[in-house]
Design a protein around this ligand. Sequence first.
Ligand code: GDP
Ligand code: MG
Length: 213
Amino acid sequence: MAQVKGNTPPQSTSQQPSVFKVVLLGSSSVGKSSLAFRFIKNDFKEILPTLGCAFFTQMMEIDGCVLKLEIWDTAGQEKYHSVCHIYFRGANAALLVYDIANKDSFHRAQKWWKELENEFQPEEIVVILVGNKTDLEDSREVTLEEGKAFAESNKLLFMETSAKLNYQVSEAFTAVAHELLRREQNGGQAQRKNPAVDLKEKARAGKSRCCLD
Ligand code: GDP
Ligand code: MG
């Protein structure tokens, strides 16, 4: 990972919205970077530019509360099975991504889930299983039911997406954000930085920032 040193997210003050670290996990080429690019830039490119940073930030407003997602993408280390623990240390949420047209990637996502289970208590992290590339329906190797069943049996959120066609991408991130806020409001999330800011107190959420600019 280039440019960002260590894994410490930016500090926030009491005037700032809650900051949540969200990591993208999954095999190479399942569309992790494309999902982040679609969500942050609302665009899709067959070949994404080499990214010069390890995370992007996106402000969101959920039910009148503003929160900031710090979305961590890999720089391709998963190709060499070398995504290190430092990558997901301190994560508040994870998108476990697989390609619906690639069964191996589904099995790999399940292995990632085992790693997360070893690293986190269930209440410490929000996990969504994401079956990407629904536009490749003709080559589908993982049924919707298989994805759903794995998610349900492990109490994960679940969504199928297409970064290419912009299908349910923001919905997947929004589902994560909802769950993060719900847990925060229930006093969970030991790692939260500071309480969510009510929009009535803070009229402007601020512009979304992204180091793809
Ligand atoms: P990563 O290695 O997991 O970050 O995957 P990338 O985002 O780099 O995507 C790998 C390849 O899959 C690229 O050629 C993308 O254009 C393609 N891709 C990503 N998302 C989709 C999708 O939803 N549908 C299709 N058909 N291709 C996708
Ligand atoms: Mg990538």
